[in-house]
Design a protein around this ligand. Structure first.
Ligand code: JFZ
Length: 459
């Protein structure tokens, strides 16, 4: 790393590691839900029975697909799908209840994806929900229903728009281009202010589609816009994917300072270890299929993550002090995929028992264990066990310098007390000391289970 500090005019606009109420809430969410819903839900990643898999990056990208069953004027066909958008089964309260039962503390909802279609009746573009047979304001229904059950709402917003004639990916150079893109920037500002005005209960934005040169070169505009958004909505939370500095550095400025309140780069991937994060807040957003955020009718022939996979990634995220956000792609009628329903239910059952190892729980500073992941909260140390030892001895390595060590243990699933004993193993005894938690042979579990330990001064 270079130690030279660059002069930066367009660096961070909010302090690192904010400690206000909104940010503390964000830090403690643990589990969130993402919802990708828009016109792409109608084709569901296929057209006239032909799958777009492989042809499109993901189901919500089907507009850019050129598959064999796509008509010649496919883009036009896609752009007219709104005339059919009439989700007769949509009930935001039902979704909110499902998310609540699953244990989600926040939801990120697509107000507008790359296709440019607005799920709210925006004044700034005719291409919006009010022109569909459904007519009603979907963003409002989602914000109200989720807020009513105590789930915080974040608005996903794609800056880039495929079908907007004023949008361009490259840097605007000619006077005409500059005029056009300037119009687009004003439009973007209007929509964002409109969203904050219409839905004052929203907590933040999850920005996307900010990677094009046109946006990157608009750093003066985006800096001032972020400032304005924050002024108009105290406590607003914005991730690191909104803007860049004047040198084109996105997510982090040229001095490595994060641009935004949390690191937003963990899209379908997870950090390798805690050192990557350098104490920053972050979230991981994850699909159940390999890729595909919008509805996919057909889940056959691809690896779709199991509830156990999800619990693993969720617990791992918590062990590195991050939030884990699970994506759902409802169909054109407003129903979740049946597999999503199943995972939501199973995850909720697990969270009801084991959620205390996730919510508000942070990196425990323990040596990584092959058995599972550690989290901590006050004087509680949690170990979510994925790999149970055949001898039922859960051996925990504690750094010798630790002032807190496990003194007692229980199973979260049934409250059973477990014996904890100090053991002297041979490995690195100058650095580590060992504690064994004994599992009863009779204890059975077909999912990961949590050992909750109380910590105290070593005897
Ligand atoms: C974007 C979208 O293109 C996609 O459709 C979906 O909405 C997802 C949540 O976000 O895809 C991305 C965005 C960022 C990265 C990768 C895919 N990234 O930073 O690596």
């Amino acid at each position: 790393k270079s130690t030279e500090i660059k002069e930066i005019k367009y660096g961070p606009l909010s302090p690192a590691n904010r400690t206000d109420e909104a940010m503390v809430a964000f830090r403690n969410y643990g589990l969130g839900q993402f919802i990708h819903w828009g016109l792409y839900a109608i084709p569901g990643n296929e057209w006239e029975g032909v799958s777009a898999r492989g042809g499109a990056a993901a189901s919500e990208w089907i507009r850019s697909w050129r598959g064999p069953s796509a008509p010649k004027d496919w883009v036009n066909t896609y752009d007219n799908l709104y005339k059919q958008f009439n989700p007769k089964d949509f009930d935001a309260k039902r979704w909110a209840k499902q998310a609540k039962d699953m244990g989600a503390k926040y939801v990120i909802f697509t107000t507008k994806h790359h296709d440019g279609f607005a799920m709210w009746p925006t004044k700034y573009s005719p291409y919006n929900i009010s022109k569909t047979p459904y007519k009603k304001d979907i963003v409002k229904e989602v914000v109200d229903a989720y807020t009513a059950v105590g789930i915080d709402v974040y608005l996903y917003f794609s800056v880039l728009e495929w079908n907007n004639p004023d949008y361009m990916g490259k840097e605007p150079k000619t006077e005409e281009e500059k005029k056009k893109f300037d119009k687009f920037l004003k439009y973007t500002r209007n929509q964002l202010l409109e969203l904050m005005t219409n839905y004052p209960k929203m907590k933040g934005f999850w920005f996307d589609g900010t990677w094009d040169q046109s946006w990157i070169k608009s750093y003066d505009f985006t800096y001032n816009l972020e400032k304005e958004l924050r002024e108009k909505h105290p406590g607003l939370i914005i991730g690191s994917r909104f803007r860049n500095d004047e040198f084109g550095k996105r997510h982090f400025d040229s001095n490595g300072q994060m641009l935004g309140d949390y690191e937003q780069g963990w899209e379908r991937k997870l950090p390798g270890d805690i050192t990557w994060l350098e104490g920053r807040d972050w979230d991981c957003v994850m699909t159940i299929p390999p890729n595909g955020w919008g509805y996919m009718k057909d889940w056959s022939g691809i690896y779709t993550k199991t509830t156990d996979d999800i619990i693993d990634m969720l617990t791992y995220s918590a062990s590195l002090s991050g939030n884990f956000v699970l994506n759902f792609g409802p169909d054109g009628q407003g129903n979740m995929h049946p597999e999503e329903d199943k995972i939501a239910k199973e995850l909720g059952e697990w969270m009801k028992i084991n959620g205390e190892a996730i919510y508000g729980a942070k990196h425990a500073g323990m040596t990584n264990s092959k058995l599972g992941y550690f989290t901590k909260k006050a004087d509680n140390l949690y170990l979510t066990v994925f790999n149970r030892p055949v001898n039922n001895i859960v051996r925990i390595s504690v750094p010798k310098a630790a002032t807190e060590v496990p003194v007692s243990a229980t199973l979260l699933v049934n409250g059973q007390m477990l014996e904890v004993r100090h053991s002297d193993l041979g490995i690195d005894l100058d650095k580590n000391t060992y504690y064994d938690v004994l599992l009863p042979k009779s204890f059975q579990s077909d999912r990961a289970f949590v050992i909750k330990m109380k910590t105290g001064a070593p005897k």
